[in-house]
Design a binder for this molecule. Sequence first.
Ligand code: FRU
Length: 435
Amino acid sequence: MTSYTSRWTIADALKVHADDPTTTMPVIDQNFPTMDESVMIWDTGALRNIHGQTVTFKGWHVIWSLAVDKIDLNNDDIYDEWHSRNDRAYIGYWYSRTGNGADWQWGGRLLNTSADLRPHEWSGGLVMREGTGNVVDMFYTSEADSPINQSVPSVSTGQIFADANGVWFGGFKTTTEMFSADGIHNANSQQDEYFDFRDPHPFVNPADGRVYCLYESNVAGMRGEFTIGSEEQGVLPPGFAVDAGAQYGAASIGIAVLDDGAYKSGDFSATRWTQLDPLVTALGVNDQMERPHIVFRDNLTYLFTISHHSTYSGGLSGPDGVYGFVSEDGLFGPYKPLNSSGLVLGNPSSAPYETYSHFVDPDGYVQAFIDTLPAPGEDPNNPSTFRIGATLSPTVKLELDGDRTFISEVHGYGQVYAQAAWPVGNAWDHRPATV
Ligand code: FRU
């Protein structure tokens, strides 16, 4: 392990507590509105630039979502369909003049089916290519679960168009694979049949102007054969015994760097990326750190990731939600867990699966989707009472105060705020990519 990889330790995670009012999502109203009755959506992200700012295009707000069409597959109810949604996930988009939740218009599929190297399109990000008028890169995860688990961070390139009536896209006909799990920096399918390797998040590091890409991964090594040493444990309370099952938590936040010159020409092919050691590992703590993303603010580097109650290991527990780490020394850390524990915003225990896939923008606005809400007065863990969401939750605002965070505001369902406008020529308050 190299010197820079930071750890989310068992001792940190022991400080995670659900229902602290400063780190808990508000309980969502049972009568939440649905964006569009024809489609079910979950992971969502705003059109952005490579510096992380949410952008409008010719005055339109644009977001992408993982989606399945709302079809009653089994001719019974939609419940099974929601829970098997990963098997038919495609990426679609929405547009709106205002960014208000009530105004999103469903635009349909983004990638042509000819772009699909594998059956499933999973998360990534939709990024305007700097230096162009309307080129847009959809970074995403090309996924298949048979004959073996395959998961490859990939990119498809298209163009965005807009007029007074709406937004549409061209291109997105082919896919370029960016990099694959290598068994050295991250676990591959031979080491861990349940390996995670997905959710590419490219960005420019303001300190060096280079393009990097974060992704969800697992610690390299054979599943079931890790040693949880003192570095993974942290400072444990007297008498605390590490459970043997702790080693089944082996999440990591991976990072790769793109060759100089490759970004401007849009060459994202595998020979142009170099995978580096992970920024953070959660060995002994949790098996999934999904959708990692980054915010540079107040000379601090904030790293956010989503995780589940069900993926904690070794008897640890915490709510589904967004977790985070902060570095005072730039991209490569060292990182320490925000709020001491790592928990930034979790679901309330009265609605433990109400939201997921939180994404924090540079101003601290957090977007998420509604997963399932228990009926009022019913057992919050009994799925038979759940109302399925499949639509965006209220946007909330986070205050980022050094190494602490606080939820401070609740906004509308699916509310998106932009920090910049495209095409370039409008005010830009970031440093351009030098590569
Ligand atoms: C998060 C996530 C992502 C993945 C997608 C698949 O909700 O698990 O890691 O890309 O959902 O639906």
